[in-house]
Design a protein around this ligand. Structure first.
Ligand code: PMP
Length: 457
């Protein structure tokens, strides 16, 4: 009864993110009622392993008492303090300091946001101010990768290079440019890591040249692993090679670690494992493990000092009411304690088991590619492995695969082009990882029996 009325209220009033609005009205909402560890339960009592950690964010899992206690304590003590007017709060200051300590290289300065999109927006503002401060405002062109995702704001959606985020929205802007992704499985340069890296380096150099040379280019953005593009993993050394090209041309190198940060790929930050120190880094999601909204932009000493000195005694006019929100920051501190207290280690163990188990699914007739790192992985499904033929649109991969998994008791991400994404909470037990794998195999078998798939094989 409860869920029926919620379905009607939802249909009438709640606009859902990145959804077919009409499709959602027809399908109706599924309401998640509670979560515990890596498991969620819907309002009908159906229990599911959350193989996607909400939206790749609940890294610590649900129901972590230490986080609840930290948030409650902070709500009672001081639910809000502004960072304007030279004011601050203890949790925001302590979290900034701990993050600076944990971040690679000299990313020692932290600006807090509400999530990933406004973190990316903040970097765009900081990049522009940096070049203004250096007396080079003509460095105003931005480059990203095809298949990249950098948020859903008007600026970020233009840096994002997924068609659904552009169509009808009047983006990308004319200062936002793209080069091809390193996507190994479907790369025209082939699957050889050195060839892929060489192709990306050449593409970046060519794009910079086409834009009028380095003197016109402000920044280059990368996700260490492209998440929303379908978990696309660059070859080892790729990021370092791209970073080196940017350093040579003095183009700011921005790592968007909104998904990859906070243990998702193993270490606290994915850049570190590649030995790369970006000029700026964006994070969100695992920062608070989804227990409250928060993002963070990390600025290197050089970027920070240039902007600070450029403004002198003048104001750097960028701010948010909820920047450094004390409750989110208290949660961030509690989550960091969990990461350092064994969660990262558990995630690394569970990630190795997940990747090995997914590799073992490569024998399935539909699995064309298995990729990922740590607790971030994907299967790319095809109807012909040699020709790498994508699943037919008639088989509605996004909805049917998601529905099959749901019925099996598993939440996963089903991309419309036939990619299945996994990003389980780092607290997963071995049994939960095995549960994800067994249910995934069942989903693959059911998908193989889909008449629309059969017809395409
Ligand atoms: N950057 C990346 C790499 C992301 O994956 C996301 C969200 N999935 C964002 C930015 C935007 O974050 P948010 O949804 O918190 O605004």
């Amino acid at each position: 009864m409860l869920s029926n009325s919620l379905v009607e209220l939802d249909r009438a009033h709640l606009v859902h993110p990145v959804a077919s609005w009409r499709g959602h009205e027809a399908a109706g909402v599924r309401v998640i009622a509670s979560g515990d560890g890596a498991t969620v339960t819907d309002t009908s009592g159906h229990r599911l392993i959350d193989g996607f950690a909400g939206l790749w964010c609940v890294n610590a899992g649900y129901g972590q008492e230490s986080i609840v206690e930290a948030a409650t304590r902070q709500l009672r003590t001081l639910p809000y303090a502004t960072g304007y007017f030279g004011l601050g709060s203890e949790p925001a200051i302590r979290l900034a300091a701990r993050l600076a300590e944990a971040a690679p290289g000299d990313l020692d300065h932290v600006f807090f946001t509400l999530g990933g999109s406004d973190a990316v927006d903040s970097t765009v503002r900081f990049v522009r101010h940096y070049w203004h401060s250096r007396g080079k405002p003509e460095r105003d062109q931005f480059i990203t990768l095809e298949m990249g995702y950098h948020g859903s704001s008007t600026v970020g959606a233009g840096l994002t290079a997924l068609p659904a985020f552009h169509t009808g929205f009047g983006v990308p802007h004319d200062w936002q440019h793209r080069i091809p992704s390193h996507h190994a499985y479907r790369n025209p340069a082939g699957q050889d890591p050195a060839a892929i890296t060489a192709a990306s380096v050449a593409a970046l150099r060519a794009k910079v040249k086409a834009l009028g040379g380095p003197e016109r280019v402000a920044a280059f953005y990368v996700e260490p692993i492209q998440g929303s593009g379908g978990v696309l993993v660059p070859p080892p050394g790729w990021m370092a090679a791209m970073r080196a090209v940017c350093a040579e041309m003095e183009i700011l190198f921005i790592a968007d670690e909104v998904i990859t940060g906070f243990g998702r790929t193993g270490p606290l930050f994915a850049c570190a494992e590649e030995g790369v120190v970006p000029d700026m880094m964006t994070t969100a999601k695992g920062l608070t493990s989804g227990y409250a909204p928060m993002g963070a932009v990390f600025l290197s000493e050089h970027v920070y000092a240039t902007i600070a000195d450029g403004a002198g005694q003048g104001v750097v006019g960028h701010g948010l009411t909820y920047s450094g929100h004390p409750v989110s920051a208290a949660i961030g501190l509690a989550v960091l304690d969990l990461y350092e207290g064994g969660l990262l280690e558990n995630g690394r163990r569970a990630g190795a088991r997940l990747m090995a188990g997914l590799q073992a699914l490569a024998d399935h007739p539909l699995v064309g590619d298995v990729r990922g790192r740590g607790m971030l992985a994907a299967l790319e499904l095809v109807t012909d492995k040699a020709a790498k033929t994508p699943l037919p649109a008639a088989a509605q991969p996004a909805t049917r695969i998601f529905d099959r998994a749901w019925a099996q008791g598993l939440v996963l991400r089903a991309f419309p082009w036939g990619v299945i994404g996994f990003a389980p909470p780092l607290c997963c037990t071995e049994a939960e990882i095995d549960g994800i794998l067994a249910r995934t195999r069942a989903v693959l078998d059911e998908t193989l029996d889909d008449p629309d798939i059969r017809a395409a094989m």
